[in-house]
Every structure is written in C-alpha cells, then in structure tokens.
Design a protein around this ligand. Structure first.
Ligand code: G3I
Length: 357
C-alpha cells in the first residue's frame, strides 16, 4: 500500500512541478506582444480582479502591452450619481499599467448601456433638455479624460451609436431621442478639448456586415467632412468560428482607412459556437477548437497584411476562465473564445497566431 501512495505523491508532484513550472513561466518569456512587436500592440480587457490574481497578472504581463478596463470606466460604474464619481477600480487599472509601462485604452465615454439614469432625467424624473444633457456629457468627459490625461493614449469616445436596423442610420437611444446626432459630434469635441493628444475612436460591433459597415462609413464620412476630431475606428471583433470571412474583414479595414482613419480591433474574441442553438458538448469541443484555431490564424493574417492601417489588437478578457460570452447570447452556456484556457495555458489557437513567417 505504502509503495502506491509513494507513486501517487510523486506523480502529483510531477504534475505540480509541471504545472508549477508552467505556472512559473516567467513574465520575461516571449508573449503575443513580442511576437507582434513589429506589427502592433496587443492588448487585453481586464477587471481589477484579474490584476489581483497572481497567475493572471503574470500572464497579462507576459503576453500583453496594452490594457482596456472591461467595465470600470463606463459612465455607470465610474459616475453613478451626478455629484459622485467612483474612481477606485479605474485608478487601480491605470496605476497597474503605469507601474508596468503598459498602454491604456479608455472605454468608453458615451454609450446607451451601463449609463446611469440620472444623466437623462431631472429631479421630477422627466427627460432633460438637449442643452442640459450635452452640458452633463461635457462635464463627465472633461472630468474623466482630465483625470487620466497622459496615462490613457486612446479613448472609445462613442460606442455603438449606429443602428442595427437597415432602415435607420443611428440607434434610437435616449441620447439620440434628446440630442439627435449632435451628441456624437459634441462628445468628440469635448474629448478633444480635454486631451488634444488622445487618439479618439468611434467603436462598434458588426462592422464586417456590409449594410452596417456602410451606415458606420456614412456617419464617419460626415464627421470627417465636418472636421469632427475623430481619429480612428474600433472594430470590436466579437466574432465566431465561421464569421467574418477574410474578404469581409479586408473590405471593412480598407473602407474605414480610406477616410484617413486608423483601425484597431478593440474587443476580440471568437466564439466556438456558430449560433444560439449550439450546445456546449464535450464530444464536439476538439473539432470546435480546431475551427477556432483556423479562424484566429485567418484574421491575424489579415491584421499582419494590413498592418499599415492597424494600430492595435485587444482581446476582450484574458482567458476562457472569465468571458462575457458565458452569459451571452445564451445565459450559462460555457464558451471558450480566447487564446488561453481556464488553466491559463495557451490553446491550439495561440500557436496559430504566433507561428507565422
Ligand atoms: O458590478 C455589478 C455587481 O455589483 C452586481 O452584483 C452584478 C450582478 O448583476 O452585476 C455587476 O455588473 C455587471 C458588470 O458587467 C460587471 O461585472 C453587469 O451586470 C453586466 O451586465 C456587465 O456586463 C458587461 C457588459 O459589457 C454590459 O453590457 C460585460 O462584463 C462586458 O464584457 C461587456 O462589454 C461590452 C463592451 O463594453 C462593449 N461591446 C460589447 C461588450 C460585450 O457586451
């Protein structure tokens, strides 16, 4: 009996050491940021929690050279009441980045989701006027952008303002209902006033879908034509194993670059599911991870081939350990959309992204 116990311990130890040594991979070992140093920065969206976890922290420092706060800088979390700002989580992320010489992308200054109700309503709970709403937007943008001036190099100024409906250019949000399209133009002017050096992004999803791409192009062409200080476009990149095609992605990059704007992929993840009906099935996972590896290799080839327009690629979360796609579009359906598995180990897709000629 004793003999077997001894063998089990050794094995466990061996495993641990292996795991230990894997875990002990030093931050100096080559990571995504190093493989792509001649192309563009590689970033990751983080929560303060991810920075506190020593293993995740080590992986972040090894692989990435840019951070985006996943939620901490959105209007709701950072400005919950008119006279109260909540800087704690946002400061923690910026301080960590400063300490480790990482870039930071600010996300986001104006959005229709995670936006506190107070900004749209007066004390009698009635919708405020355009003038009051724009003044509140100006105060918010000036206060947040000034706090991180020189520490945040780029801002998603307006997020997801273009409609998903083909018969409408702009999303019918409360911002639009109260201000019309002006809230978009003003938001960029306020951000530029607050930090003239910051790179200002319009950020959206579905940017490879031809009809939505043209609506976004129409909006940006009007802004550039009117001298609105928009510098770049964020393709969120919430993709899947079968979408987008390389052709559609190339068309999107060239279409926006033709306006003289830079392009970034700002929220990259590739779902292993093709639709909402797919279920998390262990028999299918190997095949799905193979397809995912092929899709990641395909999109990164496009990013490299068009590096003259691409100024950064950011993943939306660190690993499959924590991803918003576990609750969207199917609540509770585990997804595996990133390059590192739940044990923070590089997946097949990782090697497809870094092994290029
Ligand atoms: O902080 C509260 C917590 O106090 C509360 O106990 C908990 C329970 O409901 O909710 C927590 O807030 C959650 C927040 O994430 C922080 O975890 C919100 O419910 C949840 O809705 C929010 O989800 C975020 C989502 O944006 C909101 O729309 C996701 O984490 C975030 O990944 C996601 O990111 C967006 C980008 O900003 C824009 N593009 C699409 C992308 C995915 O939706």
């Amino acid at each position: 009996m004793a003999k077997y116990k001894f063998i089990i311990v050794i094995t466990a130890l061996g495993l641990f050491t292996a795991a230990g040594s894997a875990m002990a991979q030093s931050v100096t070992e080559k990571g995504l940021k190093d493989y792509y140093k001649d192309y563009f920065p590689i970033g990751v969206a983080v929560s303060p929690g991810a920075l506190k976890d020593s293993a995740e922290q080590r992986l972040i420092l090894q692989q990435f050279n840019s951070l985006t706060p996943e939620n901490a800088m959105k209007m709701g979390p950072i400005h919950p009441q008119e006279n109260r700002y909540n800087w704690k989580d946002a400061d923690a992320i910026v301080d960590f980045a400063q300490a480790h010489h990482l870039r930071v992308r600010g996300h986001n200054l104006c959005w229709h989701t995670q936006t506190p109700d107070w900004i749209f309503r007066d004390k009698d709970d009635k919708l405020v006027s355009k003038e009051i709403l724009l003044q509140r937007l100006k105060d918010h943008i000036h206060t947040v952008v000034n706090r991180y001036k020189g520490k945040i190099y780029a801002w998603d100024v307006v997020n997801e303002a273009v409609s998903d409906n083909n018969d409408q250019l702009l999303r019918n949000s409360l911002w639009y209902q109260i201000c019309g399209e002006d809230f978009i133009f003003k938001a960029f002017q306020y951000a530029h006033e607050a930090d003239p050096k910051a790179v200002l992004f319009y950020n959206d999803y579905g940017t490879e879908q031809p009809a939505k791409r043209e609506r976004i192009y129409q909006l940006l062409k009007k802004m550039v034509g009117a001298g609105i200080p928009v510098n770049a476009v964020g393709l969120q990149g919430h993709w899947s194993v079968n979408d987008p095609s390389q052709e559609n992605l190339i068309t999107t990059i060239k279409r926006f670059a033709s306006l003289g704007l830079k392009v970034q992929i700002t929220e990259l993840d590739i779902s292993v599911y093709q639709n909402d009906k797919d279920i998390d099935d262990s028999d299918l996972i190997t095949e799905r991870l193979q397809k995912q590896a092929e899709q990641y290799a395909k999109v990164f080839k496009v990013f490299r081939d068009y590096k003259q327009y691409i100024t950064g690629v950011t993943f939306w979360n660190v690993s499959d350990r924590h991803t918003w796609l576990d609750n969207f579009p199917v609540r509770g359906r585990k997804n595996y959309p990133l390059l590192f598995d739940q044990n923070l180990q590089p997946k097949k897709a990782y090697w497809g992204v870094v092994n290029f000629k």
